[in-house]
Structures are given as C-alpha cells and as structure tokens.
Design a protein around this ligand. Structure first.
Ligand code: DON
Length: 330
C-alpha cells in the first residue's frame, strides 16, 4: 500500500499540488497570530499581519502558488545571501573569509556581543548584521553607488530583471538604525570595513529595501538548489562550489538563533528577513518518490515575525510542506 501511495504521490499533477498547497496555506495561516510585524522599521509596521503567501518553482519550471504570493515586499536579510555571493564572485572566497567567518552564533541577528569577545573581531558569519555590513563594504567598486550596483548586477543575473528599491523603507530604517551604526563603527575601528561607516550602512540598508515577490525568492532558491545552474534558462549562472557553500551557510546561519530547530524540522537551506520573507533551496533528492524530487526553490511571505526575526507562519508552512513532500536534505 505504501508503494502505491508513493507512486501516486510521484504523479500528483500540478493542479493537485496547487490544491494541496492552498489547503496548507489556509491551515497554517492561524500561526500569523504568533508573530508581529517588525515595528522597529516604521514602514514595515503597516503590513497586513494575516498575510501568508508561497511560491514553489520546480526544476522543470513549473510554478505553483498559494495565498498572497504576489505581494511585493522588501528583501531585508534575504539580501545577505546575494551580497555574500557577489563579494565571493569579485574577490574569491579566501579573501572574503579573511573578513567574515562561516560559523553560526546562536545569538540574535543584530547582536554586537561576540565582536568584543574575540580578537580579531571578525564577524562570525555573513548572515548576521555584523557580517552583512562587512560584506556590503567589500562589494566591488569605490563609491556606495558602484558597490550597490555590483549587488544589483548579481540579482539581475539571477532574476532576469533589475529590481527596484523601496525608498520609503530605506529612509525609514535609516532613521532608526542605531544598532547597525554601532556595529559598523565597531567594525571600522577594528579594520574590517573597506569603506566609511555611513557608506557601509547606506549600502546595507539599501539592499534590505530591494523589492521582491515570493516568485523572485523561489527563482533564486531554485538556482541554489541546482548548485548554481539555472534550469529555466539552461545556464550555469553561479559557480557550483559557491552555490554549495552558500547553502551550507544558509542552513547553519540563515534562520539566526533558530537555525538548529529549522534544520531539524524543515531541513532545507533557507534565509529569512524581518519583512517576513523566506527563501528556501530544496536540493534534488532523486531517490525520493515525491513531487519536486528534482529540487525546487520556495519563496514565502508572511510579515508577522517571531522572536528570532523569522516569519512565524512562514516557518510553520515550510515545516508542513517539508513533512508532506519529504523536502529535508537529511
Ligand atoms: O538590519 C536590519 O535590522 C534589517 N534591515 C534586516 C534584518 C533582518 O532582516 C533580520 N532578519 N530576520
């Protein structure tokens, strides 16, 4: 009976998958109540906390969506994945690793504590703010405009379009970015920033304000899932070693101090942002008999976030999808 069920699951049609996804979105929507919209960035406060949307793109280009999948939101910390890859493409991994490590912290994303505990104060990983601000300063170019353009170049290569920036989110966050300025000043004093404090913060906050949809996140997730190969345009767009390393950093650090639990209960490399986005890369698991066994990318949006800064319902929905379709890499 199990075998028959497995065979049936393998042949779930696109519309069956979409129906089930729709059902799971509605089932998990109640978990939006367990989070709140980020209020420390004034412009994010007004998002609708009950929204939950998901987009999955499979290896063959098939797209399924559920809930409010087409809402435009800002990338926030999901952008840290792109800036990390951009600096690795420019300088090579060895140089980047001199400025930022790839060790998880178990601390909140904006914590300054560990910078003082260790000499030199090299940030623990590129997914926490200290690491991401350092990475922003390493982007190619001299001026902040050139550096930001270097980041957009990589995004354009991945998305096939140059995304826009929500200026209101950028300016409103800049007003209240005291922790980030503190981190940047500390990093500057320790010799880790490769540009001025103001410029590093400007680039970092601007990248956080880049506008995307769940489909965009799913697209990038799919490329990472396929080790840098974009099956939609049949092109290797990122070196495979870089894509694999990035997935390892996402799995160990991408959900901050909830990364361990997320690896245990979802089990796919992911990156969250305080606007409620999650980008997930599901590598192929060809021995499995489930939809998306050739790998897929998943984009989630649900703006009510939990204590760790991860989308509350988004994490629950991913957990549900992962259990049903056996998406864990473990
Ligand atoms: O640095 C900040 O506070 C934000 N703009 C980005 C942080 C973030 O998204 C953390 N994620 N969950």
């Amino acid at each position: 009976i199990k075998e028959i069920k497995d065979i049936h699951r393998n042949f779930e049609t696109k519309s069956e998958c979409a129906n089930r996804l729709h059902h799971w979105v509605e089932k998990n929507r109640r978990y939006t109540e367990e989070g709140t919209c980020a209020s420390y960035i004034p412009a994010l406060r007004h998002a609708d906390p009950h929204q939950l949307g998901v987009c999955i793109i499979g290896h063959d280009g098939e797209i399924i969506k559920g809930g409010e999948a087409d809402v435009v939101f800002t990338m926030q910390s999901v952008s840290k994945v792109i800036s990390f890859m951009a600096v690795c493409l420019t300088h090579g991994l060895a140089y980047v690793l001199k400025h930022v490590d790839v060790e998880p912290t178990g601390d909140p994303y904006n914590s300054i504590m560990r910078l003082e505990l260790k000499k030199p104060a090299r940030p623990f990983n590129p997914m926490i703010n200290a690491g991401a601000i350092t990475v922003a300063s390493l982007l190619p170019g001299v001026t902040k405009e050139e550096k930001f353009a270097g980041l957009l170049d990589v995004l354009e290569m991945l998305l096939g379009r140059r995304p826009s920036v929500d200026e209101a989110v950028f300016f409103s966050e800049r007003e209240t970015a005291h922790y980030n300025f503190a981190l940047a000043h500390f990093l500057k004093a320790e010799g880790f920033l490769k540009c001025g404090v103001e410029d590093a913060i400007d680039i970092y906050l601007r990248q956080c304000a880049i506008e995307v949809t769940t489909e965009d996140l799913a697209r990038i997730g799919l490329v990472l899932a396929c080790d840098g190969y974009d099956p939609l345009c049949s092109k290797q767009v990122l070196p495979s070693e870089l894509a694999r390393l990035t997935k390892a950093v996402m799995l160990t650090c991408g959900m901050y101090n909830a990364s361990g639990k997320f690896a245990a209960f979802v089990g796919a490399p992911s990156k969250s942002g305080v606007s409620g986005g999650i980008m997930t890369a599901v590598p192929p698991r060809r021995h499995k008999v489930t939809p998306f066994h050739n790998g897929c990318g998943i984009g989630i949006y649900s703006p009510a976030i939990d204590e760790a800064g991860n989308s509350a319902a988004g994490v629950k929905l991913l957990q549900h999808i992962s259990a049903e379709w056996e998406l864990s890499v473990f």
